[in-house]
Design a protein around this ligand. Structure first.
Ligand SMILES: Cc1ncc(COP(=O)(O)O)c(C=O)c1O
Length: 397
């Protein structure tokens, strides 16, 4: 895999920040977009723009075909055979659909949902919003590995991230799914940080639900998906009600369309689906195994060069980790470190990373995070290390 060549497909890398080329190390937050995705979306708007599913004219048939073939592509990409693909705005909305649509109906007072301390807020807050269900959280060890799941016979759902957006921990989700099923619970996987970076197969893992966002995998913002087992979808309510999701409406009441349409209310994000489809084509052309290998290799190089720095604390497992790297530089505030890096054109994330319980677990208010993707290079890792050396000097850590 040649990251230098890949970068040429991403117009944003022509940008200069403070006179230097942009070094973008925040793909865990959102990824950059290749020209192939931008062109596919522009082509849709220029040549086929119309609404889907209803009109019978030519360009609407084209738009419907583009939208539905994007759904098929997503299904194939994540190994969904016995699952529906429901388009949502993002991963957060997909998790809310599970909470409101399935859990509110199926998890009774006194029954539990198991999650963990390493979750993104989007995989904690929706469960807290439910009435009746008890929440239990698995702890995280000092090394960043997930602790035992507090499951019992009253557990109805285990909802965990595949990959931590802070620690880079890759959870053994196949084992977790098996454990959940043996206990009579369903397994919901937050794939926001895994689907863009590695081959994910919902059938092989045993996911009943998988949630992820398109914008973290080279696609546009405003499109994501909930992949849900077909028989489980029969037992779910929609999140929103209105047009698009109906079979028949009378003034006395309404019958709903079959899944997945039942869960997609109003005009969907057609151009978003077209962009996501082009993003999947791009990822598949490069190869998910190559992308995973490249990310892991950059992370290992970064761990070696940052690990040697004075007062540097790196969080998360030493081995078998994904391509996000969170750290603290002495007692310097993460925003100060990120600001000094920004002066050199290096974009990293600082703050609590939407994981305040995890920050508390590690006794910090914030961390700095560098995250890598297919377009990042070894030279950018070197620039990060240099920039952090400069940060340490300026901030006198
Ligand atoms: C692990 C994880 N879950 C969920 C989300 C939420 O994604 P979105 O904001 O696209 O809904 C994120 C975003 O960073 C994430 O890292």
């Amino acid at each position: 895999m040649n990251a230098e060549k890949i970068r040429r497909d991403f117009p944003i890398f022509k940008r200069r920040i403070n006179g230097r080329p942009l070094v973008f190390l925040d793909s865990a937050s959102t990824s950059q977009k290749p020209v192939q995705v931008l062109d596919a979306m522009e082509d849709f708007y220029r040549n086929s723009n119309s609404n889907v599913h209803r009109p019978v004219y030519k360009i609407s048939e084209e738009a419907t075909e583009m939208y539905e073939s994007a759904r098929e592509k997503v299904a194939r990409f994540v190994g969904a055979r016995d699952h529906h693909v429901i388009f949502t705005n993002n991963c957060t909305e997909a998790i809310n659909l599970v909470a409101r649509g399935w859990a509110q109906r199926n998890v009774k007072r006194g029954e539990s949902i198991v999650s963990s301390v390493m979750e993104h807020h989007s995989n904690i807050v929706p469960w807290q919003s439910l009435k009746g269900a008890t929440l239990r959280f698995a702890d995280v060890g000092d090394s960043g590995l997930l602790g035992d799941l507090p499951m019992d016979k009253k557990t109805r759902l285990v909802s965990l991230t595949h990959v931590s957006n802070v620690l880079g921990t890759v959870n053994d989700v196949k084992k977790i799914a098996k454990e959940a099923h043996e206990n009579g619970a369903l397994f919901m996987m937050d794939g926001a940080q895994s689907v863009p970076h590695m081959k994910v197969d919902v059938g092989k893992i045993g996911c009943d639900f998988l949630a992820f966002s398109g914008h973290k995998m080279l696609g546009p913002t405003g499109i994501g998906a909930l992949v849900v087992r077909k028989d489980v979808a029969d037992d779910m309510d929609p999140l929103l009600f209105g047009s698009g999701m109906i079979r028949e409406v009378t003034l006395k009441g309404t019958t709903f369309a079959d899944a997945p349409m039942k869960f997609e209310t109003g005009t969907p994000n057609i151009s978003g689906a077209v962009g996501l489809s082009a993003a999947i084509d791009y990822l598949e052309k490069v190869g998910m195994r190559n992308i995973e290998r490249h990310g892991r290799s950059l992370t290992e190089i970064a761990m070696r060069s940052l690990g040697g720095m004075d007062k540097m604390k790196i969080y998360g497992p030493r081995k078998n980790r994904s391509d996000v790297l969170s750290f603290s530089l002495g007692d310097a505030h993460s925003h100060d470190v990120a600001t000094i890096l920004d002066d050199r054109g290096i974009a990293v994330r600082s703050g609590h990373h939407c994981a305040q319980p995890l920050m508390r677990r590690f006794g910090v208010g914030s961390m700095t995070r560098a995250s890598f993707y297919l377009y990042n290079t070894v030279d950018e890792v070197r620039q990060l290390a240099e920039g952090l050396g400069e940060s340490a000097r300026v901030l006198k850590v």
